[in-house]
Design a protein around this ligand. Structure first.
Ligand SMILES: NC(=O)c1ccc[n+]([C@@H]2O[C@H](COP(=O)([O-])OP(=O)(O)OC[C@H]3O[C@@H](n4cnc5c(N)ncnc54)[C@H](OP(=O)(O)O)[C@@H]3O)[C@@H](O)[C@H]2O)c1
Length: 326
């Protein structure tokens, strides 16, 4: 019954099908503020923009290889890049160097390219901060954002993501201050939409209830043992939020060796990694890969050239090495 609910809730809907039904451009809003003046203001985007790719290239942990690998991913055909202004794990300026070089080569246009970066609270940073830690959080967001634009060599980003709340339960005043500042950036058209990362289902619900600009994306680590973050995916699907999945391979090493994935890999002649990415796409997720291998990058982009059977999707959705052992 549980699994059937997943199917009827549209969990097995490819991203393209989900986005096609969405308004790609938000409607204009008529403002009656001011004396006798009616002006039309553009509404900020509250849905994934139309250039949202099927797969995102993640740029974490690459240090001096960041520029070369980001270029490689773009040359291989990735059009979506995920980064963060968090020097501890990302080298955003090197991502920008790769973006500039690829745009200059004409391999991809800025309109087609989907650039996503993040604001990271001080607790998630090392000493290399992109903002004044003594400034109010709203100022930190503004400073971090300006620095991201400079790193990336662009005057807008496609998605701006709150890297994670300051607490594991609920949302604190700093999180709201950051979100309100991010909303201002969205209203000013400096980011096409907003996203949030590393949240529980309760935190996502709370954010959706009180946000003035709703998140278009949620980006989470996706564990098979939580039925692939099912609670968050279901809430996201209900609200028209695109679920971005990271650590699909690294967080699920045990499950990749279990019969649901292994049998599907054997039948299709693909690797367990390809099967998991194919499952993720079929489940409506937008997966991230941070591969450093040209062959894997090509494989990852090509996972839609094969299909998994409904029974295989079902078995993979329910696989959990911990459950089997326990
Ligand atoms: N919001 C957050 O807090 C957060 C946290 C973590 C990550 N992220 C984002 O998510 C991105 C991805 O991170 P991740 O945690 O998913 O791990 P990752 O860094 O992408 O690592 C993926 C691993 O999978 C391997 N791989 C990829 N494709 C493969 C294939 N076809 N066959 C076999 N192996 C394959 C890679 O090995 P090879 O290099 O050999 O291919 C690599 O070891 C990051 O770069 C970052 O952008 C966000």
């Amino acid at each position: 019954m549980e699994a059937e609910r997943g199917v009827t809730l549209g969990i097995y809907v490819p991203l393209a099908d989900m986005t096609e039904t969405r308004p790609l451009r938000a409607a204009a809003r008529v403002s009656t503020e001011g004396v006798g003046v009616r002006s039309v203001e553009p509404e900020p985007e509250q849905r994934a923009p139309e250039n949202t790719p099927r797969f995102l290239y993640g740029t974490a942990w690459k240090e001096e290889r960041t520029e070369r690998l980001t270029r490689l991913a773009l040359e291989t055909g990735f059009t979506g890049i995920d980064t963060a202004n968090q020097r501890k794990h990302y080298h955003e300026a090197a991502v920008g160097a790769a973006v500039r070089a690829t745009l200059a080569s004409g391999a991809v246009t800025r309109e087609r390219l989907f650039l996503q970066t993040k604001f990271t609270h001080a607790g998630g940073q090392d000493q290399r901060l992109p903002y004044d830690p003594n400034a109010p959080v709203a100022t930190q967001v503004a400073q971090s954002f300006e620095s991201s634009l400079e790193h990336l060599g662009t005057d807008y980003v496609d998605a701006y993501v709150l890297h994670g709340p300051t607490r594991s339960r609920g949302l604190g005043p700093e999180d709201w201050e950051a979100w309100r500042a991010m909303e201002a950036l969205a209203r000013a058209g400096r980011t096409r939409c907003l996203g949030v990362s590393n949240v529980t289902v309760d935190q996502l619900r709370l954010l959706c209830a009180q946000a003035e600009v709703a998140p278009a994306f949620v980006q989470n680590r996706c564990y098979a043992r939580t039925t692939w973050d099912r609670a968050v995916r279901e809430l996201a699907a209900e609200r028209g939020i695109v679920y971005q999945a990271f650590s699909l391979l690294t967080a699920n090493a045990a499950e990749l060796g279990q019969p649901p994935v292994v049998n599907a890999a054997r039948r299709t002649g693909r690797s367990p990694a390809e099967v998991v990415f194919r499952f993720a796409l079929a489940a409506g997720m937008l997966p991230l890969t941070g591969s450093s291998s040209a062959a894997h990058l090509r494989q990852d982009l090509a996972v839609e050239t094969f299909e998994l059977l409904p029974d295989e999707l079902h078995a993979i959705e329910r696989t959990s090495a911990r459950g089997r052992l326990g």
